[in-house]
Write a protein that binds this ligand. Structure first.
Ligand code: ADP
Ligand code: ZN
Length: 223
């Protein structure tokens, strides 16, 4: 089964994908995490990706598509995959359809998360992530705090703030989303696989609630 997480930065794609991975056993694959791992390790890919990420721009399609093509070949994603942060352009979506068609597969569900704009910035600046590359659990100091401040509940790792989670870069990331990624909403709507869910603290609907609903439906065979 192939699930895509769609939505502006700060809507909770990674959080929902993490819960779905736990509940369904499908592998979460985040292109952002792959780039950040390469940045930490100082690879050539990391250097290239970082030059775009610090500006809130997208890493070029050819580079990003190749990473996903390679990742889709690996054994741990054969049961199911939750693509978190890919595709982000129409060209990436078309490349994905082509690759999947060759394997006799297709995109099963596109989960489009929306959040009121005023909540997005607040949520991103209060986001913390576990620095342990094997864990990377996402917390929020307001909505989803760890039991002990600054420490990951799951692995005891240190919680850090992402370099691009500052107000200036967030605004650029939102603009990039509007321009280059938001056309994918109509794109997947046309393919009949779009499901839109609002994540909002104000209406009391958080990522966990959405993941619970969707995992329940999938387990009951409703997809
Ligand atoms: P967020 O959705 O909160 O912005 P991500 O971790 O998904 O966070 O992405 C962080 C950055 O990594 C993006 O701003 C972009 O520079 C780069 N990136 C991630 N995925 C892609 C992609 N599919 N195509 C191009 N760039 C990407
Ligand atoms: Zn951790």
């Amino acid at each position: 089964m192939i699930i895509i997480m769609l939505g502006a930065p700060g809507t909770g794609k990674g959080t929902v994908a993490g819960f779905l991975e736990q509940q369904l056993g499908f592998k979460q694959v985040s292109t952002g995490d792959i780039f950040r791992k390469n940045i930490q390790e100082g690879t050539e890919l990391g250097k290239l990706a970082n030059s775009y990420m610090v500006k809130g721009e997208l890493v070029p399609d050819d580079v990003t598509i190749q990473i996903v093509v390679d990742r889709l070949e690996q054994p741990d994603v054969q049961k199911g995959i939750i693509l978190d942060g890919f595709p982000r352009t129409v060209a990436q979506a078309e490349a994905l359809n082509t690759i999947l068609a060759k394997k006799g597969q297709k995109v099963d569900m596109v989960l489009n998360l929306t959040t009121p704009e005023e909540e997005i910035i607040e949520r991103i600046v209060s986001r913390r992530v576990c620095e342990n590359p094997e864990c990377k659990t996402i917390y929020n100091t307001i909505m989803n705090p760890p039991k002990q401040e600054g420490i990951c509940d799951k692995c005891g790792g240190k919680l850090i703030q992402r370099q691009d989670d500052n107000e200036e870069t967030i605004k650029a990331r939102i603009a990039t989303y509007m321009e280059q990624t938001s056309p994918l909403v109509a794109y997947y709507q046309k393919q009949g696989v779009l499901r839109t869910e609002e994540v909002s603290q104000r209406i009391g609907r958080l990522g966990k609630d959405i993941a619970d609903d969707i995992a329940g439906e999938i387990k009951n065979g409703n997809h």
